[in-house]
Design a protein around this ligand. Structure first.
Ligand code: DAH
Length: 339
């Protein structure tokens, strides 16, 4: 028995010497000390021994057991220490290595242009208003004098959520929302995204940007409209720019006009950007229709005002001589990095 126990001990010592990691160590512990381990088996078999043998063998078994336990314990510490050293070695950072370059994003040309437009109007005392992109048909059309079946709806075919909800086709509904919640005087601009179910090509995108403007007060005339928008054009494109107003039609303004400015590239001589005409179309505008004022609870006998609307994408495309609107929405870094 004594011999057998010594053999178990020697085997355990031999095996422990070869252990490489905590997992192997654990299987050795199970092999010798576990419930079905070799020492445990011997302890179980002690019932068969005589009364004199039992305490002697028991003592030796316990000695061997605590020897093996101590050995496992010390081997465990050595393994842990080795693992730690390995980890520290593997995780060493060579601080002399070159870093990974972080690429900084760029402001989008739409954002840059919107910002300079906003700055000009803010300097003239305009506030900035916002409205929802999912808009009630009432605000997008009805209140702007575009009843159901009005031909203007055809030009602004949009995405209907249901009969009364649309993705807004223009920023003009923000005029209505502002007049409903605010007493005149009103002097606001409202930039934002608009949607139309247009097929995508070089000049059409189902999503684009507009910027709306609205001024309401006592005694506002077409002269105020011309003065404000002419000043805007000069601040935006340069002092030499000349503007002209052509009669037009919008259901929510009367009279209505479109404003052109002399081409900022050729100063009116005719070039590629202005397609040889010397003029570029800037915006739509007009005096707010009396019915639109009434729709918002504003008395047209007391107040008058003007409104205007830009296509921001067009401004960006003119400013940077971009000939395809799709470039503004494709997020191609080769394009965006140029700004
Ligand atoms: N909402 C018009 C459009 O999308 C643009 C516009 C024209 C806005 C005249 C106005 C305006 O406020 O007075 O075509």
């Amino acid at each position: 028995m004594q011999e057998k126990l010594n053999l178990i001990k020697d085997n355990a010592i031999e095996e422990l010497k070869k252990v490489n990691d905590a997992q192997e160590l654990e299987s050795i512990r199970v092999k010798y000390l576990g419930k079905k381990g070799e020492l445990t088996q011997i302890l179980r078999g002690m019932g068969a021994l005589s009364a004199e043998e039992r305490p002697i063998v028991g003592k030796v078994v316990n000695e061997v057991r605590s020897n093996i336990e101590e050995l496992i314990e010390s081997t465990y510490r050595v393994i842990k220490e080795k693992e730690k050293t390995n980890r520290l070695q593997n995780e060493t950072i060579d601080i002399s290595m070159p870093g990974k370059k972080q690429f900084l994003g760029k402001r989008h040309p739409l954002d840059l242009t919107l910002e300079s437009m906003k700055e000009i109007f803010i300097s003239m005392g305009f506030t900035i208003e916002e409205g929802p992109e999912v808009e009630l048909d009432y605000y997008n059309f009805e209140a702007l004098n575009i009843p159901k079946n009005h031909p203007a709806r055809g030009e602004q075919d949009t995405f209907y959520i249901n009969d009364s909800l649309v993705l807004r086709t223009q920023t003009s509904p923000i005029q209505i929302r502002t007049m409903e919640k605010q007493e005149p005087p009103i002097k606001m601009i409202a930039p934002g995204k608009v949607y139309r179910s247009d097929a995508v090509d070089a000049t059409h995108s189902p999503i684009f940007y507009q910027m709306e403007g609205l001024v309401i007060d006592k005694g506002i005339t077409f002269a105020d409209l011309k003065g404000t928008l002419d000043l805007f054009a000069k601040k935006m494109f340069g002092d030499k720019v000349v503007t002209k107003f052509r009669p037009h039609h919008f259901p929510f303004t009367e009279p209505s006009a479109e404003m052109d400015a002399t081409c900022f590239v050729c100063n009116g001589d005719g070039c590629k950007v202005c397609k040889g005409s010397g003029w570029i179309e800037i915006l739509g505008c007009g005096m707010v229709h009396p019915q639109v004022l009434r729709n918002c609870g504003i008395d047209p006998e007391v107040y008058s005002g003007f409104a205007f609307g830009f296509g921001v994408d067009r401004m960006v495309m003119m400013k940077y001589a971009i000939d395809d609107i799709r470039l503004l929405y494709e997020s191609d870094m080769r394009f965006l990095n140029q700004f």
